[in-house]
Design a protein around this ligand. Structure first.
Ligand code: NAD
Length: 291
């Protein structure tokens, strides 16, 4: 089947990024969130990011204008009936995602493909919460979507070849390189990345080093472009904690236990950049370590 119209559910940092690359690639994109205002805010985010790309010479003014023309925001569930592919990119919480699928499925055309951008949750289990496990797939973009080249494609047990092929064509058209991961907790990238971030938080928790010394160590000592705590703030500490919980529950190995300090930050609502406070405080001009 040919994909022309794409829906994105959840207009946060990932939803806005997915809408951005899909609209630039020529797809008509409709954004949904808990309210029309939130979905509109997603479009504003895309507009600001397109501006940045224009200013740095990565795109032309016509491409920006055309992409913005292809973007719509709505709170009307009837709009799902017009879409070929819907990508869910809402909060990393299985109950939230299940509820979203229950709301979307009755409005979708029977041949439409449903995808999730989950970082860690079982694709097979999420697919089972829909009316179309054979047309359900994990399309896991990386953050920030316009910059990062990789997408992980994850088939559930029932995902049909036709769905898989359509997903491959879509991510290739969006300019991404895909790899295929088996449906295991946190797939490939986050299976490796999140335990490292969690270990960096333990290193802080146990007083081995300060926020600054841990991040500087990994930037200058391991040549990582960002320190692990800086990266955790960038991902969102709530998302980091959810992924560690999925690894811990799904693989039943104590090596994945989330660091209590990560739990504490999330309980405080210090979720990183998106709430302006995490391992760094972003409210001033330059980020200041919070420990
Ligand atoms: P975010 O907190 O920036 O955005 C989540 C959005 O979902 C919010 O706008 C929220 O209002 C919306 N939402 C919540 N409940 C909803 C509902 N019932 N219906 C519609 N919208 C709803 O989170 P994010 O970082 O964009 O993450 C979104 C998804 O992408 C998660 O599954 C996450 O694991 C995944 N992901 C995140 C990253 C990352 O680095 N942050 C990378 C890859 C994948």
């Amino acid at each position: 089947m040919e994909i022309r119209k794409v829906g994105v559910v959840g207009a946060g940092q990932m939803g806005a990024g997915i809408a951005h690359v899909a609209a630039l690639a020529g797809y008509d994109v409709t954004m949904f969130d808990v309210s029309a205002e939130r979905a509109e805010a997603g479009i504003a985010k895309v507009a600001a990011n397109l501006d940045r790309q224009l200013q740095s010479g990565k795109i032309e003014a016509e491409a920006k204008a055309a992409a913005l023309d292809r973007l719509t925001a709505t709170a009307d569930a009837a709009a799902y009936g017009d879409l070929d592919l819907v990508i869910e990119a809402a909060t990393e919480d299985e109950a939230v995602k299940r509820k979203i699928f229950a709301g979307i499925c009755p409005a979708l055309r029977s041949d439409a493909i449903l995808a999730t951008n989950t970082s860690s949750i079982s694709i097979t289990r999420l697919a089972a919460a829909t009316d179309r496990p054979e047309r359900f797939i994990g399309i896991h973009f990386m953050n920030p979507v316009p910059v990062m080249k990789l997408v992980e494609l994850v088939r559930g047990i029932a995902t049909e070849d036709e769905t898989f092929e359509a997903a491959k064509r879509f991510v290739s058209a969006a300019g991404k390189t895909f790899i295929v991961s088996e449906d295991f907790p946190a797939f490939i990238v986050n299976r490796i990345l999140l335990p490292m971030i969690n270990e960096a938080i333990y290193t802080l928790y146990e007083g081995v080093g300060s926020v600054e010394s841990i991040d500087t160590s990994m930037r200058l000592g391991a040549n990582h472009p960002m320190g692990p705590l800086q990266l955790a703030d960038f991902i969102g500490l709530d998302t980091c904690l959810s992924i560690m919980q999925v690894l811990h529950d799904g693989l039943a190995d104590s090596k994945y236990r989330p660091c209590p300090l990560l739990v504490k930050y999330v309980e405080a609502g210090w979720l990183g950049r998106k709430t302006k406070r995490g391992f760094y405080d972003y409210r001033g001009e330059t980020p200041v370590p919070t420990r």
